[in-house]
Design a protein around this ligand. Structure first.
Ligand code: F6R
Length: 612
């Protein structure tokens, strides 16, 4: 949802910023731009991807050691050159990049227009840079003070970086609600929306909190709040491998991330599950185990793929631990009257830890007195910091916009948590608990097996359904969320319309859609609803629908009925969701490839949704 990068230091700023923007492109790719200080202000910006900007800027003399850059996910105003960042002040001396939304921009804009300011774009960001200019002119102050005063008057979310020709070695950056990391190198500073543009240059990073500003002046920097108090920065040492943000020989990040899942799933369990002693330890929430065990209710809040993981969690927390559990979309939760109290444990699930709806919903739950816990992937993210305690998924950076390894990582945490609470509550027979813990530790090698065994079957299915205009995904119980997730993956990257339903709901409406052109994906493990699913398959077949069935290895009954069968390895029925999602991720990927879609950067999407 827009990425920002800024550089001050001994190197040429342009290559550092361009490389950084490429790393942040998953956050939005509607346009890109860079501003550098070299005597005057040199601004280049272009609609489209960073590579368009690079081509456009090829013959431009872009030198300078201080600069800012931006990759945009459009909110206010269409993707266009004019709406691209950086935006500049009316007198052309200040340039600014912004991730977030200035909510009171219309009021500010009309005040500024009344004073004679003329705007060239439709963006809220251009209003902010004119507002800073206006304050600087009024107060006759430096950039730092003008930005500080402006930010005390704006409503909304922002991570900004600002430079000015009047103070050519100064960079001012600030955040509220949107992420910002500040890399402290040897004689250089790299600021960005996440650490991926930074790690190449330094391992020392500061994460400013809401309403904090970083002011860099040449080789010095300071951290201040909006009341002008100088703060002591906490400099974190990063432990990060550069290889984790490269494609590593894969054609797309999404494929790399799908293929990484045997390892990432294992990494989630590592140090947390000891199969030989049947011990599960979740250090991050150690002090909250009693609260969960005695909770009257668990409320889970999430969006998108993380919401689908939450639906699996509901099933497990109720089935294994016997705790009533509700799941809500963060965007719905925050606007309705919710009945929660200090006996409710609220769990936020988010890969990025920056999803605006989830953040606001968790804040609401906190204000109502609930214990608020988090499951996040991005270390140090806003949700990780704002929750009382949490568990990291540790699947590494996820760059493909369609979430894959983060989802199975979330499931890994959810299974561990459900088993741990079930045992602590005495809700599960110890022999069964031991058996399930052991089974859980076998899942990463079964994911590997599923990847290998399903690959060619998925290729055949993809070739058959690549021109479908709509598909239906059906599953029951624990695998209903997997039907939703499979359909979401297909929609996101292939643009084929797809819907997930509980299989038994088909007869209550969606069956009207079945004809010889409709592909129906059945998730059909051997569990207590198996016979019912077999009947649902018959119903689709007798209406000439095309059946793609995800079945347990060796299943003959369904294989004989279905048009296409994809086998997954045998496991306890409780763990089938983790294996069933694997061929569905591959299916979306293969279909998108055959349709020549932009797999890692699907249209209209961005990796982290930091606007509400
Ligand atoms: C789907 C996808 C999105 C995210 C959703 C929540 O592939 O990536 O649906 O799951 O935007 O994001 P997080 O988990 O970062 O809160």
């Amino acid at each position: 949802m827009c990425g920002i990068v800024a550089y001050v230091g001994h190197q040429e700023a342009y290559p550092v910023i361009i490389k950084g923007l490429k790393r942040l492109e998953y956050r939005g790719y509607d346009s890109a731009g860079i501003a550098l200080i070299n005597g005057g202000l040199n601004v280049v910006k272009k609609k489209g991807k960073v590579v368009n900007l690079e081509e456009y800027a090829e013959n431009t003399n872009l030198n300078g050691h201080v600069g800012i850059g931006h990759t945009r996910w459009a909110t206010h105003g269409i993707p266009s050159d004019a709406n691209s960042h950086p935006h500049t002040s009316g007198d052309g001396t200040i340039a600014l990049v912004h991730n977030g939304i200035i909510e009171n921009y219309l009021t500010l804009k009309s005040d500024l227009e009344a004073k004679g300011h003329i705007f060239k774009s439709e963006t809220d960001t251009e209003v902010l840079v004119h507002f800073i200019e206006d304050i600087r002119n009024q107060l006759k102050c430096d950039l730092e003070e003008a930005v500080r005063v402006a930010l005390t008057r704006v409503v909304g979310a922002f991570a900004i970086a600002v430079i000015t020709t009047n103070e050519p070695t100064v960079l001012v950056a600030a955040r509220r609600g949107s992420p910002l990391a500040v890399g402290i190198g040897e004689g250089e500073f790299i600021l960005a929306s996440d650490i991926t543009p930074i790690v190449e240059y330094t391992s020392k990073v500061i994460y400013p909190k809401d309403n904090e500003m970083v002011v860099v002046n040449g080789v010095d920097y300071k951290l201040v709040d909006l009341n002008n108090n100088v703060l002591e920065p906490y400099v974190k040492e990063l432990d990060f491998e550069l290889a984790s943000i490269e494609k590593g020989g894969f054609e797309h990040f999404m494929l790399k991330e799908i293929m990484e899942q045997p390892r990432t799933f294992h990494d989630c369990l590592r140090g947390r599950v000891k199969a030989d002693e049947s011990i599960i330890k979740l250090g991050g929430i150690r002090d909250y185990i009693d609260d969960i065990r005695s909770a009257r209710r668990i409320m889970i809040i999430a969006c998108g793929t993380s919401y689908h993981a939450a639906l699996v969690a509901k099933y497990l927390f109720e089935d294994l631990a016997g705790i009533p559990t509700d799941v809500d979309f963060a965007s719905e939760f925050r606007y309705r009257k919710v009945v929660i109290d200090d006996q409710t444990v609220v769990l936020g699930i988010s890969q990025s830890g920056e999803t605006a709806d989830t953040i606001v919903a968790l804040e609401k739950a906190k204000a109502k007195g609930a214990k608020v816990l988090g499951i996040c992937n991005v270390v140090g993210s806003s949700i990780a910091r704002m929750t009382d305690a949490g568990i990291y998924t540790h699947v590494g950076v996820e760059i493909g916009v369609a979430s894959t390894k983060a989802f199975t990582g979330q499931l890994a945490i959810i299974y561990m948590l459900a088993l741990l609470i079930a045992k602590e509550k005495g809700n599960i027979d110890y022999t069964k608990y031991k058996y399930l813990v052991h089974e859980l530790t076998q899942i990463s090698s079964k994911i590997e097996e599923a990847l290998k065994s399903s690959y060619s079957a998925v290729e055949r299915v993809s070739a058959a359904c690549k021109n479908a205009s709509s598909m239906i995904y059906l599953g029951r119980g624990l695998n209903y969320p997997i039907a939703l997730e499979g359909a979401l993956k297909l929609k996101e990257i292939t643009y084929i319309h797809a819907e997930g339903y509980p299989a038994a709901e088909m007869k209550h409406g969606p069956i009207a859609l079945i004809d010889e052109n409709m592909f129906v994906v059945f998730i059909a493990p051997k569990d207590k609803t198996y016979e019912k699913i077999v009947s649902n398959i018959q119903e689709v077949k007798s209406r000439s629908g095309k059946v793609i069935a995800i079945v347990t290895k060796g299943d003959r009954t369904i294989s004989e009925m279905a048009d296409y069968t994809i086998e997954i390895p045998e496991t306890d029925k409780l763990f089938t969701p983790i294996l069933n999602i694997i061929p569905l991720q591959l299916l979306a990927y293969q279909v998108a490839k055959l349709r020549d879609c932009n797999i890692d950067q699907p249209r209209n999407l961005a990796k982290s949704v930091t606007v509400e």
